[in-house]
Design a protein around this ligand. Structure first.
Ligand code: GLU
Length: 510
């Protein structure tokens, strides 16, 4: 590593919502930057106007904010190397692309789609294994290498559509070290003359990306594995531009794999198995289709970030729970794995559970209160705090709270028939009546005093504890779920508990 100040960039294209794999790329860039006292730059790569999607840019920015990934330089933040949106940098690319032609590293090409297709067809017929625009074919195509200077000039002047292609040198070995993948070696004969600039006045991804990384003084390019095939071309561009000495280092991150471990994680997997693949909910501006998001599904951003950080990287210890600060301290880009990282939706929930139980009861109660208010339920915070204490161990999300605790707020309207069948015996009403009378006599109605009463009854009657506890739960909850029965009763209070026992006796029929 050199002594330059570390500068990394996350460079998404606003072609739709950011996939969780994209968020992981942003996160790894951020962790690497902060670990090394460097800067994290957000650059919007919107040169492909045909793929531009309304709202995607805002979505990307909002997603990073939600995750707590702070942008040092970007569209909103500004910075000394702007503008940070490629469509605002058109002039820069045009000038460099044209200079590139002048120096002989690139050329104008006028071939139509049909002509390109015909070239591929004839190569195929000649049984050539590669059919591309390259050193072998460029001489027989319509470009500024085969046309005279005047002809070329005339075509451009007349407005004939053209592209600028890179003149890939012949038979050169490109060797480059990737921080994660090691040595990458490719011979230029395997590469084609890539389009660098299009007739719509926009550069292609490759040219704009390399120019911007250079001009923005990026020291490390950390991106997804899908860009690895572009790496040799990028290296050649740095060479041809005379920028090889200050070329950034590269790290290509492993793919995120489906829960089955086979193939790349896609939105379809999420839809099929019921988990989000996007950080935030997204509404497609064209179709109106809504895709779920981690935020709206009730994930805490810290849990989402923690889970993502461990997809493809681990600290080499048993530790799994990391705050952002801890991640920054522990992160080591050289420990990122080469192989794909399998995504496990159950593990994602587990992370959320861990963050949920670590939240203070007061905070959780405040979150739950919002939902209760929406339901028109007005209760004191103290009551909700006590409920949260009882149920949080069983919840993955705050949205699970209602299902785990609705019986605290409303007496059962029905009783689970399966539980009745299994737990409600002929002698149960008499037993519960007795229990109710003894409860009624208690001065201090709490867990211990109730327990004592039940112990006495089971000893006197020589019966198992379950014969009382299961039907008692059924009368209080209406089902066989929930935390400890005495805890429930204590929170409900004596009056409500007695009422519910009586209602159960009156209404539960085998
Ligand atoms: N615009 C590219 C993308 O959408 C950036 C790739 C890179 O980081 O070089 O992922």
């Amino acid at each position: 590593m050199n002594n330059r100040k570390i500068r990394v960039r996350f460079a998404p294209s606003p072609t739709g919502p950011l996939h969780m794999g994209g968020v992981r790329t942003a996160l790894f860039n951020y962790l690497f930057a902060k670990k090394n006292n460097g800067s994290f730059i957000l650059r919007i790569e919107d040169t492909d106007q045909t793929r531009y999607v309304e709202g995607a840019e805002d979505y990307i920015i909002e997603s990073l904010k939600w995750c707590g990934i702070q942008i040092d330089e970007g569209i909103e933040e500004g910075g000394s190397y702007g503008p940070y949106r490629q469509s605002d940098r058109k002039e820069i690319y045009k000038e460099i692309a044209e200079k590139f032609v002048e120096t002989g590293n690139a050329y104008f090409a006028f071939d139509t789609a049909e002509e390109l297709e015909a070239m591929r067809e004839s190569l195929k017929n000649e049984k050539n294994s590669v059919q591309q625009y390259n050193a072998l074919t460029r001489e027989s195509m319509k470009n500024s290498l085969t046309l005279s200077e005047e002809e070329t000039e005339a075509k451009i002047q007349s407005g004939e559509p053209y592209v600028i292609r890179f003149k890939m040198p012949e038979n050169e070995d490109i060797v480059v070290e990737d921080i994660i993948r090691g040595t990458v070696k490719v011979n230029t004969n395997q590469l084609d003359d890539k389009v660098l600039f299009k007739s719509d006045g926009m550069p292609t991804y490759h040219l704009a990306n390399v120019i911007d990384d250079h001009l923005m003084k990026i020291t490390h390019v950390i991106r997804g594995e899908e860009w690895l095939p572009s790496l040799p071309l990028h290296v050649m561009l740095y060479r041809a531009l005379g920028w090889e000495k200050s070329m950034p280092e590269f790290a290509h991150l492993p793919l995120l794999l489906k829960p089955s471990g086979k193939g790349k994680l896609s939105k379809r997997d999420g839809d099929a198995l019921g988990f989000p693949v996007f950080p935030l909910e997204w509404t497609d501006p064209k179709t109106g289709e809504v895709s779920r998001g981690y935020r709206e599904d009730g994930y805490f951003p810290e849990a989402f970030v923690n889970m993502l950080a461990l997809l493809g990287w681990n600290p080499g210890t048993e530790q799994e729970i990391f705050s952002m600060r801890e991640l920054i301290a522990a992160f080591d880009i050289t420990k990122v794995q080469k192989g794909g990282a399998r995504f496990d939706p159950e593990k994602a929930k587990w992370f959320n559970h861990k963050y949920l139980v670590a939240r203070s009861d007061e905070k959780l109660a405040r979150l739950f209160q919002k939902e209760l208010k929406e339901k028109g339920i007005i209760v004191d915070d103290a009551f909700v705090i006590k409920i949260v204490q009882l149920i949080k161990e069983r919840a993955h999300f705050v949205s699970d709270f209602w299902e785990q605790s609705s019986f605290f707020f409303q007496a059962p309207k029905a009783y689970d028939p399966k539980v009745i069948k299994k737990r409600w015996k002929e002698h149960t009403p008499a037993l519960l009546t007795e229990l109710k009378e003894r409860f009624e006599a208690l001065e201090n109605f709490n867990h211990d005093s109730m327990n004592k009463v039940v112990q006495e009854i089971i000893e006197e009657k020589e019966i198992g504890m379950g014969q009382i506890m299961n039907p008692l739960r059924l009368t209080l909850v209406g089902a066989g779920i929930g935390p400890g029965v005495f805890e429930i009763a204590e929170l409900l209070g004596k009056e409500e508990t007695l009422k519910r026992i009586q209602a159960g006796i009156d209404h539960i029929k085998k």
